[in-house]
Design a protein around this ligand. Structure first.
Ligand code: NAD
Ligand code: IPM
Ligand code: MN
Length: 355
């Protein structure tokens, strides 16, 4: 097949991990007989430095005509507050402009990495969960205002915003273990009471085969590390999903391991590891690229509908991990670690051909 893929390396370790993602996409195209056109564009802090905007119009236009977008990470101390124009605003604007309301963040720890986690192996066994984070609403996108002695961030959800993300999550649960946990703070927040009501109704009316449970977000944070294997699909609002998935990343050993897919009503999607630009290790060639390479697998699956290729990528990553090709974030300090390039190469070397 032919596909146009936009590459947005961004800031910090973004370019280092997206380089490996691009190599992998080229290898998939070559080995499986596809033609992928990869076009790179500035986004985030680098785009602010170049153009004054974190999401220049040309970058947005490229993303809107591409079949899929692969992003590294944006942000860094150079553009932190009090700067008025910040890299993260570009990412939020991109998600909104592309209509990407469902952010899929799967957590399925590799057994060979159980030791890398801060949790015990017996807690990790059998963990295979998917967080569906609402991505274009809530407190991230409500009205913001700063006055001299106070500040406001409005948290707003409409019924329609809840309906569509719950439908997306329930449809995904149908292809899995048919269990959905909706996470909110309905004991305090009005938006959460709306969220709970709407979720209950959508599942009752449209997904009677799905078992729905509600959890308060503070308790969910605890259950996620106490009994993570009990979860199948979790659906939650924007900020809760952001926080819970950094926590859940530790089940997989490192935040560098988790991929994500951001989807809307059509196949065009944005794919990115869930980690940030990691300024503390940027430029050293030591960043873990596996979260990005697993995001490439999600891109192949969800936007290009290339399931065998997606599986081949996942198998290649699993095999590199089994062979012990691990970056420093996955190893006890002092143990010799692989670099970003070496990890990318190890995955390429293990990428199978179509049978
Ligand atoms: P971070 O995820 O960048 O880093 C947290 C810790 O995890 C650091 O110690 C870092 O070295 C480590 N880490 C992260 N990714 C890693 C990888 N692939 N391999 C090895 N170690 C890795 O979070 P932060 O430090 O809170 O944020 C840094 C900047 O990134 C901020 O400007 C923030 O806004 C931005 N950010 C961007 C995104 C995104 O672009 N999607 C996501 C999160 C944070
Ligand atoms: C993420 C990040 C972003 C978010 C920031 C950088 C705006 O933390 O993708 O998880 O909060 O959505
Ligand atoms: Mn985050």
């Amino acid at each position: 097949m032919k596909a146009l893929i936009a590459l947005l390396p961004g800031d910090g370790i973004g370019p280092e991990v997206v380089n490996q993602g691009a190599r992998l996409l080229r290898a998939v195209a070559e080995r499986f007989g596809h033609s992928f056109e990869l076009i790179e564009a500035p986004m985030g802090g680098v785009a602010i430095d170049l153009t004054g905007s974190p999401l220049p119009p040309d970058t947005l236009a490229l993303c809107q005509r591409a079949d899929a977008v692969l992003l590294g990470a944006v942000g860094g101390p150079k553009w932190d507050p009090p700067a008025k124009v910040r890299p993260e605003q570009g990412l939020l604007a991109l998600r909104k402009a592309m209509g990407l309301y469902a952010n899929l963040r799967p957590v399925a720890p590799f057994p060979a990495l159980y030791d890398a986690s801060s949790l015990k192996p017996e807690v990790l066994r059998g963990v295979d969960l998917l967080v569906v984070r609402e991505l274009t609403g809530g407190i991230y996108f409500g009205e913001k205002r700063r006055e001299e002695h106070q500040a406001f961030d409005a948290c707003v959800y409409t019924v329609e915003e809840v309906v569509r993300v719950v439908r997306a999550a329930a449809s995904l649960a149908r292809g899995r273990r048919k269990r959905l946990t909706s996470v909110d703070k309905a004991n305090v927040l009005e938006t959460s009471r709306l969220w709970r009501e709407v979720t209950t109704r959508v599942i009752r009316d449209e997904f009677p085969d799905i078992e729905l449970k509600h959890l308060l977000v503070d308790a969910c944070a605890m259950h996620l590390i106490k009994r993570p294997a009990d979860f199948d699909v979790i659906v939650t609002e924007n900020m809760f999903g952001d926080i819970l998935t950094d926590e859940a990343a530790m089940l997989s050993g490192s935040i560098g391991m988790l991929p994500s897919a951001s989807l809307g009503d059509n196949r065009r999607g944005l794919y990115e590891p869930i980690h940030g630009s990691a300024p503390d290790i940027a430029g050293k060639g030591v960043a873990n690229p596996y979260g990005t390479l697993l995001s490439v697998a999600m891109l192949l699956r969800h936007s290009l509908q290339l399931e065998p290729e997606a599986r081949a990528v996942e198998a290649a990553v699993a095999s590199a991990i089994d062979a012990g090709v691990l970056s420093a974030d996955l190893l006890p300090s002092g143990q010799s670690a692989a670099g970003t390039e070496e990890m990318g190469a190890a995955v390429l070397a293990r990428l199978g051909k179509r049978a």
